[in-house]
Design a protein around this ligand. Structure first.
Ligand code: FMN
Length: 173
């Protein structure tokens, strides 16, 4: 059997390559010991339709990690275009003078003004190297039609729909 030699992956190269994957931007929120914390995250995805589950990956060194480990519930707010300040603030670069009141969604704090909010009951966590993958059973979901904030190659970006209408893709789940 041919075994590929294991090459060291340079962290900057890792970030540059992973950064080619364009994503939306979410803020994950959880409460532990009566304190609420929020963190900007793009490592979010739909997990399962039946049962409805979502997935988020959080660095073990993030303060948020302890909150998610302790919390029973969490929310994921998908940021709308124009919410860069919120994304920056909760990505470890506090914006001076920035004040924000969480909104309550089904008993879970979430971001005001997001274009979608998902609340979930934590059901599992899985080790993933220097991150932990948290899985939540979705309790509530809401969304509006506003365009999302995007992230690509280390920068925030905006969605530019194609001029020509593309055929609808078949559902894949
Ligand atoms: C667009 C964007 C996406 C991010 N996605 C994640 C992510 O998915 N998981 C993660 O652990 N950190 C992610 N981060 C980094 C955290 O937001 C950042 O490290 C934050 O300071 C951690 O917060 P805390 O230590 O206060 O909990 C992202 C940052 C940005 C700007």
């Amino acid at each position: 059997m041919n075994v590929e030699p294991r090459h060291e992956i340079d962290p900057d190269h890792f970030r540059r390559v992973m950064g080619r994957f364009a994503t939306g931007v979410t803020v994950v929120t959880a409460t532990a010991d009566g304190k609420t914390r929020a963190m900007t995250a793009n490592a979010f995805m739909s997990g399962s339709l039946d049962p409805p589950q979502c997935v988020v990956s959080v660095a073990k060194r993030a303060h948020m990690h302890g909150y998610l480990t302790a919390a029973r519930r969490f929310s994921v707010s998908i940021l709308a275009a124009g919410q860069e300040e919120i994304a920056t603030h909760f990505a470890g670069r506090p914006v001076p003078g920035f004040e924000l009141a969480f909104v309550d969604v089904d008993g879970t704090p979430a971001m005001p003004g997001a274009c979608a909010v998902i609340t979930a009951i934590k059901t599992a966590d899985h080790d993933c190297g220097d991150h932990t993958i948290f899985i939540g059973h979705i309790a509530t979901m809401q969304a509006d039609e506003r365009p999302p904030l995007l992230y690509h190659a280390g920068r925030f970006a905006a969605l530019v729909p194609l001029a020509e209408a593309t055929p609808a893709l078949p559902e894949f789940w």
